[in-house]
Design a protein around this ligand. Structure first.
Ligand SMILES: Nc1ncnc2c1ncn2[C@@H]1O[C@H](COP(=O)(O)OP(=O)(O)OP(=O)(O)O)[C@@H](O)[C@H]1O
Ligand SMILES: [Mg+2]
Length: 484
């Protein structure tokens, strides 16, 4: 009764009973998180009570008060399923600390269970994890068009999961039991791509000892996935357009057309509208493949998914490599959330792969993360340092700001470009810059790590003068005068 009152004073909701039997009866109607029990009691002992409790209530944590027998009793209690023991005479402070620890343990355990449930719940379609509004919209779109035969264009930055989306589209469609054939249009020169896609007849070229059906025909009534379509050589684009219009292919060297049934899904990380403007992609083909567009958001536009995905990869990788890694430390999680993931989900997956390999404890710590994630400064942080070593270039500053604006508008590039007062093409260029800088050959040629751009980018492409920038955008930046 005394312990009950002292714990109540500390804010816990406590009931006291007189025996193990009474405890079990009490729990039937009044569930509890923690049971504090003595060892020697008339009737059932505290040790036996622990065994009973662990069986009936796996989520309840027993604490045992040990006195007589000391360590042996304590060991027996822990073996029987006690979460902790407190030696007698009981100090209320020590008891309160043990109870608090148990409750914290429980709440963590519940959080893990909740996350686990969430991961499963939010994976309604084949391996696409995430619960952010942005990815939900993508998933919703996949569901809506999976049934139809419409040609689908999947767009999104590199590593966002476009192929995953294409496969999900196939698996959710009535064509799921037919073949799924993926072709990387960027990987082959035009003549090879043509014979791969449309097939060839015997003797069509030197090596063509036999005729061979192309992938359009091999896909049967399934799905043909034309990946990196933005990179398709222009001379192939006109041929593909005809094929899509006629729904027939003509094998290389043949003069008969063969009909095909497959559904066509394409993907690109390029902005095809810009490619069309720049005459690198045929406008008519663009309209033909863009019947339904499914945009896959960049990872930075689904901030809520970063930890969920990290945990998802962690579980998968740890399971595969038999490492006992369970979770991610608080500071490491913070860094993962602050980083802007230019390589998107693939970069996160690779980072977790590396982290699991390096990890020496049962959770991923800051040290296990790649240097650029550790060193990344959140774009929201105002740079106040005056030490020359920590200052960043204008280019870098510009890039961060562009990303921040993109983030703020949920990844909508048209909207972001309007706010920034530049056209979409310049926006893309600015986002792409880091890739050019990483070329080792360029940095080796100069003393400074970055090759200076011949024309200061802020003046050259700031919207004014660029034909496609919206009217007034130059004025909005306030740069027109200053630039001179
Ligand atoms: N939502 C997600 N849930 C789980 N895994 C994902 C998710 N999105 C992407 N991935 C994983 O990230 C990696 C990259 O995905 P994918 O290859 O589909 O991207 P992509 O957009 O086709 O990239 P690229 O443009 O570079 O070809 C894959 O290993 C994929 O399984
Ligand atoms: Mg891909």
């Amino acid at each position: 009764m005394l312990l009950r009152d002292s714990l109540r004073k500390r804010g816990y909701d406590v009931d006291a009973v007189n025996s193990a039997q009474q405890c079990l009866e009490h729990l039937r109607t009044d569930p509890a998180d923690v049971v504090v029990t003595d060892v020697q009691m008339s009737g059932m002992s505290g040790i036996d009570l622990c065994v009973e409790l662990r069986q009936r209530y796996p989520d309840l944590l027993p604490l045992v008060l040990t006195g007589q027998g000391g360590l042996d009793t304590a060991i027996a209690a822990i073996r029987a399923g006690a979460y902790d023991f407190i030696t007698k005479p009981v100090k209320v402070d020590a008891l309160a600390i043990a109870v608090q620890r148990a409750l914290e343990h429980l709440s963590l355990q519940r959080e893990v269970q909740r996350l686990r449930r969430d991961v499963n719940k939010d994976m309604p379609i084949d391996g696409i994890a995430g619960s952010s509004p942005a990815i939900r919209e993508t998933i919703e779109m996949i569901r809506r068009v999976a049934d139809s035969d419409a040609t689908v264009l999947v767009t999104g930055e590199s590593g966002t999961g476009k192929e995953l989306v294409a496969r999900a589209l196939h698996r959710l469609s009535p064509r799921a039991n037919e073949p799924f054939v993926a072709v990387n249009c960027a990987a082959m020169p035009a003549p090879l791509l043509e014979s791969e896609l449309f097939g060839h007849v015997r003797g069509a070229f030197t090596d063509a000892k036999r005729s061979r059906a192309g992938l359009f025909v091999q896909a049967g009534a399934g799905t043909i996935f034309l990946d990196e379509i933005g990179e398709m050589p222009i001379e192939m684009q006109v041929k593909l357009l005809r094929v899509l219009q006629e729904r027939k292919v003509r094998p290389v060297g043949g003069d008969e057309e063969v009909p095909f049934e497959a559904r066509v899904v394409t993907a690109t990380n390029r902005d095809l509208e810009t490619e069309v403007e720049d005459k690198r992609f045929r406008e008519d083909l663009f309209y033909r493949i863009n019947v339904v567009a499914i945009p896959v958001p960049p990872l930075r536009a689904r901030a809520g998914d970063i930890l969920l995905l990290a945990q998802y990869f962690l579980k998968r990788i740890a399971g595969r490599t038999n490492k006992p890694v369970q979770g991610i430390s608080g500071p490491a999680a913070r860094l993962l959330m602050d980083y802007d993931w230019p390589g998107n989900v693939r970069e996160l997956e690779n980072s977790m792969e590396r982290a699991v390999a390096l990890c020496r404890l049962d959770e991923i710590t800051v040290d296990d993360l790649p240097a650029k994630v550790q060193e990344h400064q959140s774009s929201k942080i105002v740079i106040t340092t005056e030490s020359p070593g920590e200052l960043i270039t204008l280019d870098e500053m510009e890039r961060r700001y562009v990303r921040q604006v993109l983030n703020a508008v949920g990844g909508n590039k048209t909207h972001a470009a309007r706010i920034l007062g530049i056209d979409r093409r310049s926006l893309y260029r600015r986002l792409e810059e880091p890739r050019h800088e990483q070329k080792p050959a360029e940095s080796a040629s100069a003393n400074h790590p970055r090759t200076p751009t011949p024309v200061p980018p802020s003046h050259a492409s700031n919207g004014h003068g660029a034909s496609s920038s919206p009217p007034g955008s130059g004025a909005a930046t306030g740069h027109s005068g200053e630039a001179e």
